[in-house]
Design a protein around this ligand. Structure first.
Ligand code: PD2
Ligand code: ZN
Length: 283
């Protein structure tokens, strides 16, 4: 662990920018781009002028370590080509670090994933913090299954597209998970990272380290309900077939504003595929 101080010069700069009406999240990003750690940037914004702040995460991961993310460039309509496949960047947010993508999967790919997953669905489980095992939980009332990484040609194609889009190796991804929500089913707000302070997390973190990003891909359009919500950011992403939402978190901390949930499906079914990215190879 190292400690860094918010310098008076940084504090003065933040004060001047805030007085000029710059939004806090823009300043936060500017400080990161200038090489300040997240802890210092946050402390500077919170007016924590003189105190020492931790410059490493509670999981011990270095601040400023690389994160999966989109290339900064798009064409003038927000389109990027990923392995010959056009993807539309519909929304980009800095805090939380999040993008909404249109046309990430084709209709054939959505239908293909559903048909490969359907017969293997089981009631979804959630990780138990005390043991690292999993259990059926009222907070998550979907059915789900996991593919092994690279299990089918379709999984391989989608995994290669995700790796190219986010500049993150296929080896650092968990296998694709497919979820089906029936009417009334939901996934209550949660964080996808593992809480390093819970006793069960140690065992999980041994395999691939922390999760650092989540891509939720919508495989159909529910008749009503089923949006993915980000309560700390006031964001709602509608579930539309082929669209996807990606968000990254550089540390296991609610300050990443990545709390998110699947709102109850009100009519029809909702199908999604989720890809979680780890900081190290997931074998
Ligand atoms: O299905 C969703 O919208 C959703 C919401 C929250 C999926 C996940 N989390 C997930 O798979 O982690
Ligand atoms: Zn989640």
């Amino acid at each position: 662990m190292t400690a860094e101080r918010v310098s008076p010069a940084l504090r003065d700069w933040v004060d001047a920018q805030l007085a000029a009406g710059q939004p806090a999240q823009v300043l936060f990003r500017a400080m990161l781009d200038s090489g300040w750690s997240r802890a210092v940037a946050q402390a500077a914004l919170e007016g924590d002028e003189g105190g020492h702040v931790q410059a490493t995460t509670s999981a011990g991961r270095r601040e400023g370590s690389r994160l999966p993310g989109l290339p900064a460039w798009t064409d003038h309509r927000g389109r990027i080509m990923v392995e010959g496949h056009p993807v539309d960047v519909l929304l980009r947010s800095e805090w939380p670090r999040l993008v909404v993508l249109g046309g990430f999967l084709s209709p054939e790919e959505c239908e293909g994933l559903i048909s490969e997953a359907r017969a293997r669905l089981r009631p979804s489980e959630t990780v138990m913090g005390d043991t690292g095992g999993s259990e059926i939980n009222a907070a998550r009332t979907s059915d789900g299954m996991f593919f092994a990484r690279g299990e089918s040609p379709l999984c391989q194609r989608i995994e290669a597209r995700i790796a190219a889009l986010l500049d993150w190796p296929v080896s650092h991804g968990e296998g694709l998970q497919v979820l089906r929500y029936a009417p009334g089913a939901q996934y209550r707000p949660h964080h996808d990272y593992f809480d390093p302070d819970l006793p069960g997390s140690g065992r999980i973190l041994q395999r691939g380290g922390q999760r650092v990003g989540t891509l939720v891909m919508y495989l159909n359009t529910p008749e009503a309900g089923g949006a993915t919500t980000f309560p700390d950011a006031g964001l709602t992403v509608h579930a539309v077939a082929g669209h996807a939402v990606f968000f990254a978190y550089d540390r296991p901390d609610p300050a990443t504003r990545t709390l998110h949930g699947g709102a109850p499906v009100r009519a029809g079914e909702k199908w999604v595929a989720t890809k979680w990215l780890r900081e190290a190879p997931f074998a």
